[in-house]
Design a protein around this ligand. Sequence first.
Ligand SMILES: N[C@@H](CCC(=O)N[C@@H](CS)C(=O)NCC(=O)O)C(=O)O
Length: 209
Amino acid sequence: MYTLYYSPGAASMLVHLTLLEIGAPHALERVDLEAGQQRSAAYLALNPNGVVPTLLVDGVPHGEAAALTLLLAERHPDAALAPPPDSPQRAEYLQWMLYLANSLQPAYRCWFYPDQHVADGAAGIKEAARIGIEACWSRINAHLATHGPHMLGATFSVVDLYALMLMRWSRNMPRPATTWPHVAELAARLKTRPSWKRLCDTEGLAEWA
Ligand SMILES: N[C@@H](CCC(=O)N[C@@H](CS)C(=O)NCC(=O)O)C(=O)O
């Protein structure tokens, strides 16, 4: 049994989507980020970083969206959300998961939380983040143009779910991810999956749904 501590549309979305794709029974606990609940003593005891997601796995709390997704894909191989360890696609799978986790997601954190990085100069941080995010989408678009339609070609995987969440985060940026045509095509394809509709309904997401 899993319990996901989440906030609508936040990094927890990746874990939520993965649980829905697996069909794994799970409970949801909403964390009110605007009220600062992520900094409460009770929540910090679960996640000392004070962020969502946290996933209780058999009662034990764990953090980091990408790591949780890798873990879930591994624990539920029948869901076929990741190439198995002996698959020729395994290296590419790990490469993209880490690319999204190392290069793209942290740039969004700078975009959305520039004040946490420097006391002064938030505009410069945001501009650097924007440039980094757009460079990543250009790179992903070029990859999809030749190796699509999914991030792993014909194979749907959690890499696509991760990309979808990160695409959504760009919706109000100067250049949304879906202005790159192959990225837009992937978004449209993924949005037809039942897991996406269920996630939007459950998290109450109306924008970019
Ligand atoms: N590296 C973490 C980052 C998670 C993260 O930044 N979560 C944001 C929401 S998208 C959050 O909880 N923000 C609240 C805060 O920083 O106070 C992960 O991937 O799990």
